[in-house]
Design a protein around this ligand. Structure first.
Ligand code: GTP
Ligand code: SPV
Ligand code: MN
Length: 615
């Protein structure tokens, strides 16, 4: 039974402190072990209460990490260390026992070696700090098989953010009894404080490790306080570790939004869509359809866990409870639902700009920038400054429940049945606005060669085309070839009623660099065609890469003349571009390694080459 017992002194009987809070022997011994190693000043078991939120946010304000936003209720502005602004893929490791199981797309280090190295980093790392123990559940607490995590962290920022992003606190402690399994998530910002040493607003270390141990369902994160590096329920657990759980247990953990669409005829479909980081998931999840009579409701914006239901359909659950959304580009025109969600308050804004009247601002929030701001580096900014006021990966962190478009069933433990899956990326050329796959294996093939220009969501170069299979490249917990085999195997399940697979591209451009498609709310036009295809009610042209709508088959009523004129270019399947694409796909497949790339996908590639040659 959970008891409110906090701020215990650690150096006297750590185990006893833990006993006061949870009876789970695995948690007790692990907390004691970590406290022994990291030497925090005190241990706090988080209860997830409003009182705790107030205490933590007040502490963050007192030490200068948070600035309260008078313009929004219970909301805070925060800037990170300028070197801690995004996921660090080159410091992210899958430490499976065998190197081959991590595969060619992951950094691998032997788990024993990684533990040895990181243990030395963790030694004394929490000195002068509070160690928070956060129990959380990914997905509805009433799920048939709830998946729990416990995160230990020395960051108040992380503790506050986890309260928004997950179902956590007393309700979870109550369920974590006896021998309940949980994923061990250890996090330290790696900035111990000597006696009397003042803290900085954003503690972190230059050295960073984001390490995953798939066999022991353990995550060790060190040195970063930001986003997916530090909020371990998100990418680390819900994708990297969960993809391994899904492989072993016969389900899928995917980097997908979940959207409910209702037509003017009152027909409802749920769809899922995988786009790489900063390529439009949150925006599509909250879309405001521009077609009259269509209704879109949000189930999830980033991660979908999909399991077979008794009827053979895939049912998707959003494991999260908050949105950690890209701020730039989010405005009342592009995403009014996100704006309304954050206006309701209870939100944290990181690396946006700060206005003179105590609000946040970022590029795209308003057409005209304010005359004066404090930028994400904490410096004076004017429109003449010549640099973005908000970091391109600045984020809002806000509760799902505040979203006006949230679907009533978003918290349904059974999940929602998926009718169609969309894979998309940010491609200036080649990939048409939409194409429907011929069948499941062909759809898995198109997803396996999904590509996108890199974005600011990860540290490193921006705008470079890379293969990002299923939008999971940075989030796979095991070998990519085995992952493809797992996807293909979904079709072998008895009675499987699998969704149709489509590929989409909202980001194709004209020769002069302009988008060929308006995107955002107008994307419903593309989704409408796809849903009509499910019932066989829409015209399509069979191309070498799949079924593409004829221009007449897309509902363009009310679309501006400018974009109407571009629709042919947006839908085009250009054989020359595809020949170029094939060369890059060949290179990608060559990196996977012959014995683990499923034959079915090799056959799909050969068939595509043949179709292109005949086109
Ligand atoms: P992560 O949260 O990093 O996984 O990103 P995401 O996939 O949720 O992307 P998000 O919806 O936040 O969009 C990223 C950027 O793309 C934002 O600046 C959006 O304004 C922009 N964007 C989203 N949808 C569209 C679209 O349909 N067309 C265009 N042109 N831009 C879009
Ligand atoms: C992404 O990069 O896909 C994100 C942000 O959603 S983070 O939580 O940092 O992974
Ligand atoms: Mn997002």
């Amino acid at each position: 039974m959970f008891r409110k017992e906090r701020f215990a002194v650690p150096d006297r009987s750590l185990a006893a402190v833990a006993t006061a809070t949870t009876g789970h022997p695995g948690i007790l011994s692990w907390v004691a072990e970590v406290a022994e190693l990291t030497a925090p000043e005190r241990i706090v078991y988080c209860d997830g209460s409003r009182e705790e939120w107030d205490r933590l946010t007040a502490a963050l304000v007192a030490k200068g990490t948070f600035v309260p936003l008078p313009a929004k209720p219970n909301s805070f502005w925060c800037v990170s260390d300028p070197d801690d602004v995004a996921r660090v893929e080159d410091r992210t490791f899958i430490c499976s026992e065998h190197e081959g199981d991590a595969g060619p797309t992951n950094n691998w280090v032997d788990p024993v070696d990684m533990r040895t190295v990181m243990t030395e980093h963790y030694r004394g790392a929490m000195a002068g700090r509070t160690m928070y123990v956060i129990a959380y559940c990914m997905g509805p607490l009433e799920a048939a098989e709830p998946k729990y995590g416990v995160q230990i962290t020395d960051s108040e920022y992380v503790a506050v953010s986890m309260q928004i992003m997950t179902r956590s606190g007393a309700q979870v402690w109550e369920k974590l009894t006896g021998d309940t399994e949980f994923v061990k998530c250890l996090h330290s910002v790696g900035a111990p404080l000597a006696e009397g040493q003042p803290d900085v607003a954003w503690p972190c270390d230059k050295t960073k490790y984001i390490a995953h141990f798939p066999e022991t369902r353990t995550i060790w994160s060190y040195g970063s306080g930001y986003g997916g590096n530090a909020l371990l329920g998100k990418k680390c657990f819900a994708l990297r570790i969960a993809s391994v759980l899904g492989r072993d247990e016969g389900w899928l953990a995917e980097h997908m939004l979940i959207l409910k669409l209702t037509s003017p005829q009152d027909k409802t479909h749920y769809i899922a869509a995988a786009f790489p980081s900063s390529c439009g998931k949150t925006n599509l999840a909250m879309l405001e359809p521009t077609l009259p009579g269509w209704k879109a409701e949000t189930v999830g914006d980033d991660i979908a866990w999909m399991r077979f239901g008794a009827d053979g359909r895939l049912y998707a659950v959003n494991p999260e409870a908050g949105f950690f959304g890209v701020a730039p580009g989010t405005g009342t025109k592009t995403n009014p639902n996100a704006i309304a969600t954050i206006e309701a308050g209870n939100s944290v804004f990181t690396n946006t700009a700060f206005t003179d009247d105590g609000d946040v601002w970022w590029e795209g929030l308003t057409e005209q920038p304010p005359a004066h701001l404090i930028d994400w580096r904490g410096e004076e900014w004017t429109p003449e400054s010549g640099s973005p006021a908000a970091h391109p990966n600045s984020r809002y962190c806000t509760p799902v429940e505040q979203c006006p478009s949230v679907a009533p069933e978003w918290n349904d433990p059974r999940g929602v049945p998926i009718s169609a899956i969309f894979f998309g990326g940010r491609r200036a050329t080649t990939i048409p606005l939409i194409a429907e796959s011929f069948d499941w294996a062909h759809g898995v093939f198109t997803a396996s060669v999904l590509s996108s220009e890199t974005t600011a969501a990860a540290a490193g170069a921006v705008g470079v085309v890379r293969r990002d299979p299923m939008a999971m490249l940075p989030f796979l917990g095991y070998h990519v070839g085995d992952y493809f085999a797992h996807w293909l195997a979904m079709a072998e399940r008895e009675g499987a009623q699998l969704p149709k697979i489509f590929q989409v591209n909202w980001f194709r451009r004209s020769a002069d660099g302009k988008f060929l498609w308006p995107g955002f709310g107008d994307n419903v036009r593309v989704l409408k065609w796809a849903l009509e295809r499910l019932d066989g009610n829409a015209e399509a042209e069979r191309t070498p890469i799949g079924f593409v709508p004829t221009a007449a088959a897309l509902d363009l009523d009310g679309l501006g003349e400018g974009y109407r004129a571009l629709i042919g270019a947006a839908l085009a399947v250009d054989v020359d571009e595809w020949v170029h694409e094939i060369a890059s796909i060949d290179e990608w497949y060559a990196t996977i390694g012959g014995n683990r790339l499923p034959d079915a996908l090799r056959a799909e590639l050969a068939a595509l080459k043949l179709r292109l040659a005949e086109a």
